[in-house]
Ligand binder design. Structure first.
Ligand SMILES: C[S@@+](CC[C@H](N)C(=O)[O-])C[C@H]1O[C@@H](n2cnc3c(N)ncnc32)[C@H](O)[C@@H]1O
Length: 204
């Protein structure tokens, strides 16, 4: 029998048992068909066939360094040198249009204009891929080395992706993005790490 879509079979090393591994986005029932048609203009409302991309050059690692602000959690690390401005991997999760105020793994994909103002997110809290383990640079490094930026796949599907920044990323480096000031403000740690240390602000 062919493998079921979104199966856990390709889960990477150290993927936690309580999370579902997704290699393709999953669409939640809150996504209206008109919005789905913007995200996947060529799919006529059906799921895209899986894109068997190469394994991304990343590894999930437990953070054992007590000076790291996400100590005791996981982070995502480069397994190869990455040139500047290179696609690293897509941020895969559940594409949704409902509110997910309690998720720390929910990224904004896009917003429709007036009059509807539908906000589309990608939530990897319970199901996603390696990208859900990317930490924020604050308290770790002086600036991010990666960024989130949307792209269209070869099949035309809109995705949020992780790209290297203006400098190459060395093998073994932790991938670090900026979640943005508003992300931290919403969690009441504005301008401070979660452990209360002052960290340099870099993002908008
Ligand atoms: C998208 S997750 C990143 C992966 C997470 N470390 C894990 O193991 O699931 C976001 C969470 O990671 C932690 N985190 C990420 N960057 C951080 C930072 N710079 N300082 C403190 N905590 C951070 C926070 O707990 C935050 O809610």
């Amino acid at each position: 029998m062919p493998p079921k879509p979104h199966s856990n079979s390709k889960r990477p090393p150290r993927w936690p048992d309580h999370l579902q591994y997704l290699s393709e986005p999953r669409y939640h029932s809150s996504v209206p068909s008109a919005v789905r048609a913007i995200i996947c203009p060529h799919s006529a409302g059906h799921a895209q066939p899986p894109v068997h991309a190469h394994k991304p050059p990343v590894a999930i690692q437990f953070i054992s360094d007590p000076s790291h602000p996400a100590h005791g959690q996981f982070g995502l690390f480069a397994t190869k040198k990455m040139p500047p401005r290179t696609l690293i991997l897509d941020y895969i999760g559940e594409v949704h249009c409902d509110d997910r105020p309690d998720s720390d793994y929910d990224l904004s994909l896009f917003r429709t204009g007036t009059p509807d103002h539908v906000s589309v997110g990608v939530d990897a809290q319970h199901a996603g891929n390696e990208a859900r383990f990317i930490n924020d640079y604050r308290g770790v490094k002086a600036k991010p080395n990666a960024l989130f930026q949307e792209r269209r796949t070869e099949g035309g599907e809109l995705r949020m992706s992780v790209w290297s920044g203006s400098e190459a990323i060395k093998k073994g480096d932790e991938l670090l993005v900026s979640y943005g000031k508003s992300w931290w403000r919403a969690r009441h740690v504005e301008d401070h790490g979660l452990d209360g240390r002052h960290v340099q602000e870099h993002s908008k």
